[in-house]
Ligand binder design. Structure first.
Ligand code: ADP
Ligand code: ZN
Length: 666
């Protein structure tokens, strides 16, 4: 079929979007005899280069036809579907990113760009909706039926599936996937951290008799190409993936699930800055299909949308099979009198001993990689800092290195203080999981604790989780990597070493996030027959977050959070946009930030805060300043920002990043 291609003096022109941060698509001429439609992949010249891009529509015109360069070739790839192109434009518009930068997310260079057919095409087994699944409880079956109806309706709806950890949310949304499969539709399951989904893949295969296609950034290029094509051709029916799976070129997408919808890992923090859960809702809306947001601890954003009726709300109040939620106690660390260098309270040690003696498992949670977060000279007070960032170097004893967790800078641990040359005065302060492992090994020499953190490879993480699931290891010490989704039948005790850690930064979601994380990690305990228990070590047991965790009253906690946010017009009751300015020359960045503020929009219910040096004032050698636009929901923040930024010129060497709906305030 012929596409709507504009004619200019007998030259057909089309607009091609290239996967680059340009203002928009560029016009090209279509060679005679070539037929191109929107969505087609083409190669086109840009300067001296040939680039792969996508036909975006008719040319804008207004260019001398003699100067127009021709498209070089049409590639043998399935075209980018219309709904995905609209989605790309929508995301660009919302995030103020260049459309080509968003397109790049949909192309992930080698996957789509290679004209060559992959040599070894892997077949994708079709998941079987009728493969026997578990017998659902009455509550589960009701929820599954409601989701099945939403899928059957084949139009947009958004449903919050809320249920305590272990209530069977996964089994329930599997039924929605089954319904999509029966209708010949594809399904997408988004997970915040795909690298940790061994158990998900196994459970999926157990339910559907075949594995889903798995999409994440660590796949080898050939495999990515393969999956990209299989999704675009419809061969792959179900995809489980991280954020970027949202930009795959599904032919028949009929359902999106965002599991652990509250998870901050859904926010992409560099490049195109977007929230994958929010954009998943947009994609469902544009495609007119249902989406399910699943969580035991939904975000306040989603809860408010459910309360106002914008989202449907299904609740699974009980754990499957009558398992009880873990009981939670706080240990007041002010009263423990622990000696320096020890971090496990006598109470927790006692419970660990009892649990291990019963042959059950213990999980210790500490959201700090490495050995110690701070190394200090006892003689002069010098702290080991990163030369490129406003951050301490973290000792990693296992690798015998000091590391910056922001830029990756590495140094040897010094034998003498680099500032005062004193010998043997450098001391490690505070715990990381490596140091905790030492303490545990000293207390329980007959057990070897396993450690898990972002320092470990995907395979190591999968291996350690599998070993713990099988009960081969009894003690696991980990960072937030262990919080999510895992089901460990013999785990009955969870110890949170520093429950206050997440409250320290104090951004607007600090309490909400701490509650979610500690609730989730406590929820790892007692998921099978034996009851579970969690210990929160805290210096503020009276804090509302600790009180809510102990009482288990999530609804009351959320209501209080909600009131506090509403009173200050903070999200979800108001809108925020952050401007982050950075550059190698501090004075230049500060001057530009000051100038920006002079041009700031003003109006009713509109405030611009800053400029202020960012908490991470220096990052990778760049000085950083922040501005925050706060507005009520009546304001169109994107339009305000466009007008504002249109009035200024960003100096060379200064970078300006716009973060709509910021989650990080560093
Ligand atoms: P959630 O996602 O709510 O945390 P899961 O779906 O992971 O809960 O379920 C927790 C555990 O209970 C899993 O091992 C799951 O297989 C099991 N389970 C849940 N519902 C059923 C059921 N109806 N029949 C058998 N096992 C179930
Ligand atoms: Zn650094």
């Amino acid at each position: 079929m012929d596409s709507p291609i504009a004619k200019h003096s007998n030259t057909r022109t089309i607009a091609v979007l290239l996967p680059l941060p340009l203002a928009g698509p560029y016009d090209y001429a279509v060679p005679d005899g070539v037929s191109l439609s929107p969505g087609d992949f083409v190669t086109a010249p840009l300067g001296a280069r040939q680039m792969v891009g996508v036909v975006w529509g008719a040319g804008k015109g207004g260019i001398d036809p003699a100067k127009l360069k021709p498209v070089r070739a049409k590639l043998d790839l399935p075209p980018l579907p219309e709904d995905l192109r609209r989605f790309i434009d929508w995301v660009a518009d919302y995030t103020l990113a260049a459309p080509g930068a968003v397109l790049r997310l949909a192309m992930r260079a080698p996957s789509a760009a290679q004209p060559k057919k992959p040599r070894r095409a892997v077949a994708f087994d079709a998941p079987d909706a009728e493969h026997p699944g578990p017998q659902l409880s009455v509550q589960q079956a009701d929820a599954a039926r409601a989701l099945g109806d939403a899928v059957q309706a084949q139009n947009y709806s958004c449903t919050l599936l809320q249920g305590v950890t272990g209530s069977g949310k996964t089994e329930v949304y599997f039924e929605a996937i089954a319904q999509a499969l029966r209708q010949g539709k594809q399904a997408l399951v988004l997970l915040p951290e795909i690298a940790l989904t061994v158990q998900f893949l196994q459970r999926f295969a157990a339910r559907f008799g075949a594995a889903p296609a798995e999409w994440h950034s660590q796949l080898p290029d050939a495999r990515r190409r393969n999956i990209w094509r299989a999704v675009a051709s419809g061969e792959a029916r179900v995809v489980v993936g991280a954020r970027s799976a949202l930009f795959l070129a599904f032919t028949d997408l009929g359902l999106i699930i965002a599991d652990e919808e509250h998870d901050a890992a859904y926010k992409q923090e560099d490049g195109v800055i977007y929230h994958a859960r929010d954009m998943a809702v947009v994609r469902a809306h544009l495609k007119d299909i249902p989406i399910v947001l699943s969580s035991a601890t939904p975000s306040l954003e989603t809860v408010v949308n459910a309360q106002t009726g914008r989202y449907g709300h299904l609740i699974l109040p009980d754990r499957h099979g009558g398992a009880q939620l873990a009981s939670i106690e706080a240990v007041d660390m002010r009263a423990t009198g622990l000696p320096a260098g020890q971090f496990i309270s006598p109470r927790l040690l006692h419970l660990m001993g009892e649990t291990l003696a019963r042959g059950e498992q213990v999980l210790l949670f500490l959201n700090r990689r490495g050995y110690a977060p701070l190394t200090l000279c006892r003689a002069c007070g010098n702290r080991m800092e990163c030369p490129n960032c406003s951050a301490w170097l973290v000792e990693h004893r296992y690798h015998n290195r000091m590391l910056c967790h922001h830029c990756g800078h590495e140094a040897q641990k010094p034998k003498v203080c680099p500032a005062c040359a004193a010998e043997d005065k450098m001391v490690a302060l505070g715990p990381g999981i490596e140091r905790l492992a030492e303490e545990v090994a000293a207390a329980f020499p007959e057990f070897t604790p396993a450690m898990l953190s972002g320092d470990h490879s995907v395979d190591q993480v999968r291996g350690a989780i599998a070993a713990f699931t099988r009960g081969e290891t009894k003690l696991l010490i980990g960072t937030q990597i262990i919080v999510k989704g895992h089901h460990f039948p013999d785990l009955t005790l969870v110890g949170v070493i520093d429950a206050d850690l997440g409250l320290a930064g104090g951004d607007l979601r600090a309490a909400e996030r701490t509650f979610q994380m500690l609730h989730q990690v406590s929820g790892r305990a007692g998921r099978a027959q034996r009851p579970g228990h969690a210990v929160l070590q805290t210096y503020m047991p009276e804090h509302p977050v600790m009180q809510a965790l102990i009482s288990g009253d999530q609804a009351q906690f959320l209501a209080a959070e909600s009131d506090a946010r509403r009173a200050r017009a903070l999200p979800p009751f108001g809108r925020l946009a952050a401007l982050i300015l950075s550059g190698p020359d501090q004075q230049q960045v500060r001057d530009f930030a000051t100038m920006l503020v002079r041009h700031a929009p003003n109006g009713k219910d509109l405030h611009v805060l800053g400029p202020a040096p960012a908490p991470l004032a220096l990052l990778r050698g760049r000085h950083r300043y922040r501005l925050l636009l706060m507005a009520t929901r009546q304001h169109n923040v994107q339009a305000l920002l466009r007008r504002w930024l249109g009035r200024v010129n960003v100096p060379p060497r200064v970078r300006l990043n716009v973060d709509i709906d910021p989650y990080s305030f560093m």
